[in-house]
Design a protein. Structure first.
Length: 734
């Protein structure tokens, strides 16, 4: 396993490097001259393009039933080669790393000739230098952000996935598609029968983080690039709204919003949606200023990624597109083909799952399956406010609970957090944004305010908020927070707030956010932070160490990379051994019922090997993915109980596959699926599902291997071969 883990870590780094390089090259080619004068736009475009390339390749291969890492890497490598060839033809670029774009740290570089490799390296070096310049301008905020996000990332590196939606369906989709190499809806009973049909660009992104190591070891870090994109896009929006100098403050404030930090190291896709939407809005605002092809295409990519990542992204992106089109000034002759091309890009990146659902007979939003999941009559689904929304539950949710959700006051056994005290600032900004900012940016301000206002109204009347879900669902408003933070910084700069006040207020708000987190950090995270503190103090006290680091930067970086790779097998060994305990005792955003089933998953991790496992629980099955194991060594599936054995839940009445149960049909279906293990679970107040009686009635086929009050593991004996049947017949006659 040591070599396997080492190879998995190296292959993961290689895969991510290819995606990053492809995104950077595509951004450089699209932006051309803009990339030279606007490094912020280049950074946003590079991250957005990397996400788009990853999703596009996975969609193409998955639709063809060829979703394999070797093919995906081959396509990405070919794309990088093509982009590299095209980028070398670009004219040389002179650095313009001066405020307000990047900072003043980098000296002017000479113009480089076309075809030079340095013409590709130079923008990357300039981008890094510009980033370093901005960090030096805001050292306090940079340290706060590093502490907040870094501690969550360390927790994600040391712990398995623990959060509810991550375990329930985001990882289930990614891991199942990794095993079966296509993008078919995942079959299951409620609620999986609905979540198997949801748009899942986020799960495709997770696939890229799981496939190289064929494990979950690094997947908690998957959305850190999108977190970076969200922060940069918020800064870009602030700049487009008029903040020419202080736009980085919007980046820091957005990234440090408690609900953002809390979900940074989980597999919830809301940060992905927000990052794509805000990046699309940034390029849309650039397109408003000047109708050019690159910002139009990049805006379409951002909105398309948001649509294909979560159903919530569909109305958000639609309203954003409508606002941009309505606000576009001047003649429409140059804009019309650009808008059409942006729509095509958005459809390509965001429309696959909706079209797939239509083909499978579930309808684009699979509402027929949500009807069965939510137990609501189908004709009531479009009614607004939706049943169990904040508006519909106003009497039970109440003003106090609504305020608690936004102020970050959460319930016991939960670390879900809203915005905190800055929420009142955001509300004030939302109300005055179109009127209080730079009048030359009023068009952009109306777009931002209309989008943030729509998101707030939508949040009140549509999403499910019963049973204290209102605390977790504040994350649906992350793009609105980014827009309003951007607007607030722009207004403050336009109103000539002094640098001392503006930076001081931003720092105070960021520290407030950090103080609210109070994470229950594992011992390993605390030890790592202690070592980092020791190293920082040593560097601060020793000029010799700082000088050595500067002189040997490349060698030290290579040594750090080698140590990280060498430590990957040790990390993997710890993660595998600690997985059952973590699933039983810890959580990331909120306590879940995973602890009830952790003993069964732990037994399979120790004894299950690579055999496929059928999973079903009572009264319903929320968690299937954890039975796959840390290396995804087992297939974990729901097995039908009827003779029809359809692999499409939408073809069953009410989207419910548990109809016409037959023990004989169920056993035949287990054989066809190649099942070795049967994992049954129950919540304590319910009995085990009916499969328990069927298994116990056939001791010739099933042997119980593990039992506790809420878990049962049966082993299904291999089907007899013709030789064994002949042997038994001969011995029986003797």
């Amino acid at each position: 396993m040591f070599l396997f883990d080492l190879l998995g870590a190296a292959l993961t780094l290689l895969t991510l490097a290819f995606l990053a390089l492809g995104g950077f090259l595509l951004a450089l080619i699209l932006l051309r001259e803009t990339a030279a004068r606007d490094r912020l736009a280049l950074a946003i475009a590079a991250l957005l393009a990397a996400c788009a390339e990853a999703v596009a390749i996975a969609l193409l291969l998955g639709a063809l039933g060829l979703l394999r890492l070797e093919l995906a890497l081959l396509l990405q490598a070919l794309l990088v080669l093509l982009l590299l060839r095209a980028a070398r033809r670009l004219p040389g670029q002179a650095s313009t790393c001066q405020p307000p774009q990047c900072g003043s740290a980098l000296p002017q570089l000479r113009r480089l000739g076309a075809g030079s490799e340095a013409g590709i390296r130079t923008p990357a070096r300039q981008l890094l230098a510009c980033t370093a310049g901005r960090v030096r301008e805001h050292p306090a905020l940079s340290l706060v952000a590093l502490h907040a996000v870094g501690s969550e990332a360390l927790r994600g590196l040391l712990r398995p996935p623990l959060s509810w939606d991550s375990l329930m369906y985001h990882l289930l989709l990614a891991a199942t598609w990794l095993q079966q190499h296509d993008l078919r809806p995942v079959l299951g009973i409620a609620p999986i029968n609905h979540y198997g049909f949801v748009p899942a660009n986020g799960s495709l992104w997770l696939w890229w983080w799981m496939a190289p190591s064929h494990s979950e070891l690094y997947v908690n870090l998957a959305f850190l690039p999108q977190l970076t994109l969200l922060g940069l896009a918020a800064g870009g929006l602030a700049r487009q709204l008029g903040a020419r100098r202080h736009w980085p403050l919007a980046s820091f404030l957005t990234v440090l919003t408690p609900t953002v930090v809390r979900f940074a190291a989980t597999e919830y896709v809301d940060i992905f949606v927000a990052a794509a939407l805000c990046a699309g809005c940034f390029f849309g605002l650039l397109w408003l200023r000047e109708p050019r092809w690159p910002p139009a295409l990049l805006a379409g990519a951002g909105l398309g990624l948001a649509c294909g990542t979560k159903i919530l992204g569909l109305p958000y992106a639609a309203v954003m597109a409508a606002a941009l089109l309505a606000a576009a000034p001047g003649r429409w002759r140059p804009r019309l083909p650009q808008a059409a091309a942006a729509l095509l890009v958005a459809a390509a990146l965001g429309g696959y799952f909706y079209a797939r659902n239509v083909v499978w007979g579930a309808g684009p939003l699979a509402l027929v399956c949500e009807e069965q999941t939510r137990k609501l009559p189908h004709h009531l689904m479009p009614v607004l406010p939706r049943p169990d929304s904040v508006a519909a539950l106003w009497a039970t949710v109440g003003k106090a609970q609504l305020l608690d959700a936004f102020f970050g006051i959460t319930r016991p056994q939960s670390m879900e957090l809203g915005v905190g005290p800055p929420v009142l600032v955001l509300l004030a900004v939302l109300l005055v944004l179109p009127f209080a900012g730079d009048p030359r940016r009023r068009c952009e301000a109306w777009v931002a305010a209309s989008q943030a206002g729509f998101e707030l109204a939508f949040w009140l009347i549509v999403p499910f908020s019963a049973n204290l879900h209102i605390f977790a669902n504040v994350r649906y408003l992350i793009p609105a927070f980014a827009l309003t933070f951007a607007g607030g910084v722009a207004i403050a700069e336009h109103r000539a707030m002094s640098d001392l006040w503006l930076r001081g207020i931003a720092l105070a708000l960021a520290v407030q956010s950090l103080l609210q987190l109070h994470s229950e950090m594992p011992h390993g995270v605390r030890l790592t932070m202690a070592l980092a503190d020791l190293g920082a103090v040593a560097f601060g006290l020793s000029p010799a160490l700082r000088g050595l680091a500067r002189r040997r930067a490349a060698a030290l970086a290579a040594a750090a990379l080698a140590l990280a790779l060498a430590g990957a097998p040790l990390l993997a060994r710890f993660r595998v051994a600690d997985r059952p305990r973590a699933l039983a005792a810890e959580w990331t955003a909120h306590s879940t019922s995973a602890r009830i089933f952790a003993a069964g998953w732990g037994w399979l991790d120790r004894n299950g090997g690579g055999g496929a496992v059928a999973v079903v629980s009572a009264p319903t099955t929320y968690f299937v993915y954890p039975a796959m194991g840390p290396y995804l060594e087992r297939r974990a599936v729901y097995v039908n109980v009827n003779r029809a054995n359809l692999d499409n839940a939408a073809r069953y009445p009410g989207c419910n596959p548990r109809v016409e149960p037959s023990p004989a049909a169920w056993i035949d279906n287990l054989r066809r699926a190649g099942i070795r293990w049967l994992l049954l679970g129950r919540y304590p107040e319910f009995e085990f599902p009916g499969e328990r009686q069927w298994a116990e009635a056939r001791p010739d086929l099933f042997t119980i291997r593990f039992a506790d009050p809420t878990n049962l593991v049966f082993e299904l004996h291999p089907a007899p071969t013709r030789f064994s049947q002949l042997y038994l017949t001969i011995n029986g006659t003797q």
